[in-house]
Ligand binder design. Structure first.
Ligand SMILES: Cc1cc2nc3c(=O)[nH]c(=O)nc-3n(C[C@H](O)[C@H](O)[C@H](O)COP(=O)(O)OP(=O)(O)OC[C@H]3O[C@@H](n4cnc5c(N)ncnc54)[C@H](O)[C@@H]3O)c2cc1C
Length: 412
């Protein structure tokens, strides 16, 4: 299996303070129980969990930890996925849709417990989440979405526009108000997880550019571009968006996304610092940070060319600012950093987690969709279950090849 694809994952200037702090790299070992390729939030979450369960874990990255897509993340940690539950129900049936969303909800709760237990300082704060009516779900659709979520046991309530405006001091618009969501600094979280993994015996080596994987007896040979080779019993591919075109089915697609942030101390700028996003395609979203920045993101474009993407940052920043002013009903927020990044989407808004096709002992952990931080928590749970021989019943719902399988079953 080749891993040679490379992307310029992001451009511009993000707002995460931790990103510039230097990391130390460990020596490259020659053998390991589990090699995790990728030291972003997904790789860190998987490595931490497996190391804490007593496995010998080696993390490799061609970049410094937490400097890939994770450093571009705006990191609203939510369980409500890009594809509404009502739409997913049409796609896969109600029981399966409920099972998948409940697993995602539980993954956020598990992440909350993990961060508290390990004492990871990463700006982790519970926030109400507002999902505003838009061109994907109008007022009535949104009310139906709320009913279905409650039927699944998920905490969402429908609010009329007036109630939204009164409570959150933003422009009047119907919305679903949900609990169980958080904001986080994704770079600090990833570094904290890697620190915890290291404390449990894991090593983290970078730059270590993995070129290919080879079946090797009952395990896997991990071959780096400088000729180094590690014999692994298991390999977890958490290599982010760069792997998409080589490894994942074509339904997992790449695009470009944009974000801006205000100066420290701007928030609160609306009620309760709620996480706010829209039932629209593409959607606009906003949140505050623990140090009082306001972040706004969206304006997605359907291409991945990095020069073209970064050349649009100034124009997209201006557009985000205008749209945020309309959504929040205020024009006094000054933004002082702007960035752009590659972004990965999936056909049902859910990630690709499970066995790799045609390679025994290789597992995929890709958090495609707007809930990549939540999906990292889910990915760690699912991968652990597979390695321990106790996969959860819901794991099949996130299998990387699930869409091809359901198309085949329908004869498509
Ligand atoms: C603009 C933007 C906004 C977002 N907003 C949110 C949000 O609000 N909420 C949310 O939950 N998610 C959000 N996401 C998604 C989330 O950020 C991503 O899903 C997540 O950060 C991806 O983490 P990762 O570890 O999979 O990838 P990465 O952080 O990119 O890590 C993968 C690592 O693998 C390494 N790698 C790749 N190939 C190799 C190789 N061959 N050898 C060695 N190393 C390799 C890379 O160097 C990289 O460091 C957003 C993403 C973007 C871009």
């Amino acid at each position: 299996m080749l891993l040679t694809d490379r992307l310029d994952l992001r451009g511009g200037t993000n707002c995460w303070r931790e990103e510039k702090k230097p990391d130390a790299s460990d020596d490259l070992p020659s053998a390991a129980d589990v090699v995790v390729i990728g030291a972003g939030v997904m790789g860190a979450m998987v490595a931490e969990r497996l190391a804490r369960r007593g496995r010998e874990v080696v993390v490799l990255d061609r970049r410094a930890p937490a400097t890939g897509a994770t450093a571009a993340s705006t990191a609203l940690v939510m369980w409500g996925a890009d594809t509404p539950l009502t739409h997913l129900t049409h796609m896969v049936g109600q029981d399966e849709a409920f099972a998948r969303w409940r697993s995602v909800f539980q993954a956020v709760s598990a992440l909350d417990r993990l961060i508290q237990k390990r004492g990871i300082a990463c700006g982790w704060i519970a926030r109400p989440e507002l999902y505003l009516a838009g061109n994907v779900l109008n007022r009535d659709d949104l009310a139906a979405e709320g009913s279905l979520r409650r039927a699944a046991g998920l905490p969402s309530d429908y609010l009329e526009g007036g109630a939204v405006s009164e409570r959150f001091q933003i422009a009047e618009r119907p919305a679903l108000l949900s609990g169980g969501s958080y904001e986080v600094d994704p770079v600090a979280l990833t570094r904290g997880l890697l620190k915890s993994a290291r404390a449990a015996g894991a090593t983290v080596t970078f730059p270590a550019n993995v070129e290919r994987l080879e079946q090797s007896g009952s395990g896997v040979g991990v071959i780096c571009d400088k000729g180094d080779r590690i014999e692994a019993s298991h390999v977890v591919l958490a290599s982010g968006y760069e792997a998409a075109r080589l490894i994942l089915p074509e339904h997992f697609s790449l695009s470009s996304s944009f974000a801006i942030a205000s100066k420290v101390g701007t928030a609160p700028a609306w009620g309760e610092n709620a996480l706010i996003w829209e039932a629209s395609d593409p959607y606009l979203y906003t949140r505050a940070t623990s140090d009082g920045r306001v972040i706004v993101g969206g304006e997605d474009e359907d291409f991945v060319d990095a020069d073209k993407r970064d050349g649009m940052i100034a124009r997209k920043a201006a557009s985000l600012e205008t749209k945020a002013a309309a959504m929040l009903a205020r024009t006094d927020i000054e933004f002082d950093c702007a960035w752009a990044a590659t972004f990965g989407s999936s056909p049902d808004g859910l990630p690709a987690i499970g066995h790799a096709r045609n390679m025994d002992k290789v597992y995929l952990a890709y958090g495609f969709g707007g809930n990549g931080v939540t999906f990292a928590s889910l990915g760690a749970q699912i991968i652990e279950g597979i390695l321990e021989g106790t996969p959860s019943a819901a794991a099949a719902g996130f299998d990387p090849y699930r869409v091809m399988q359901s198309n085949k079953a329908r004869g498509a």
